[in-house]
Design a protein around this ligand. Sequence first.
Ligand code: TLP
Length: 345
Amino acid sequence: MGMIDLRSDTVTKPTPAMREAMAHAEVGDDVYGEDPTVNRLEAMAADLLGKEAGLFVPTGVMGNQLAIRLHTQTGDEVIVEGTAHIIRYEGGSASSLSGVQVNCVPGERGILSPEAVQAAIRPRDIHNPPTTLLCLEQTHNVGGGSVYPLATLERVVEVGRRHGLALHLDGARLFNAVIKTGVSAKDHARLFDTVSFCLSKGLGAPVGSIIVSDRERVSRLRRLRKVFGGGMRQVGILASAGIYALEHHIQRLAEDHANAKRLAQLLSAIPGVAVDVDATVTNIVLFKIPGAKNTTDILLRRCREAGVLFNAVGDRAFRLVTHLDVTAADVEEAGKKFSAVFAAA
Ligand code: TLP
């Protein structure tokens, strides 16, 4: 058995059938709007989310950053949860590309309460930065794949609306939430002005994200994408992988969720390992070994030597992510390796 790679759902490789679709994709110059496959993917995504239009972007980061640029002026303040991808893993780009400051509001496993958002909105006063945008994340990465229940999402969004904020959803893993809760992508998207989601995570495409909105905003986003250096040419080859992913890889996310739950259960049976099995609801497992005498790096190395790859998210704190290229048998195998390594942690 090869290496079991639980570092991220970004590591998936296109399946033979996806590659086949890519090989036959019709293409054209997308900067001229002439790539029929890109146009089809954008229309398909817009339809799936119940919005007027969509824009194919190279990465999830670009989707989020285009949204921030679209919705703000320099000097504005953007509210995000304190451990959001936008603040933790986007290289400080909200400040460098859009000149905004980010107000990090503490959440519970990444989930913000309406009260916390309300308290974070600055009164309009000459001293204060204007709060103009609220960004939420569904599912929440650092929160361990946590999911906003629809009722909470509606209440949080309602606070933003009442104060005239623009609303963006970083839905990198939106379809994991959809499959988990049965709340449709449309029912999420109707709450937001812009929604981005990734094709290159659990959905298994090699690259690409989509941002959807109304027609007017998407045409402004298209211009901004060019400004950010993201005007692309014959990318129908990549878009065809996205179409394939939307047609074939959404329902199967349930397998990733079952595999993650099983990993959490296996970990919970190992003495010294702290994991919240109930909170493991989608494809991310967070766990800690607080009393380990070995350092984080040593623990990672021992697991790698045993054949399991994953990332640390803090001191003796780790993240596992299940995906298309991890089978139920891999999960059982990983569980055995974890028992062996962590028994001597
Ligand atoms: N997340 C990656 C890393 O950047 C941490 C991962 O391995 O989980 N929003 C969310 C919620 C994400 O988790 C990610 C990627 C992105 C946006 C950015 O997507 P890309 O990597 O396509 O720019």
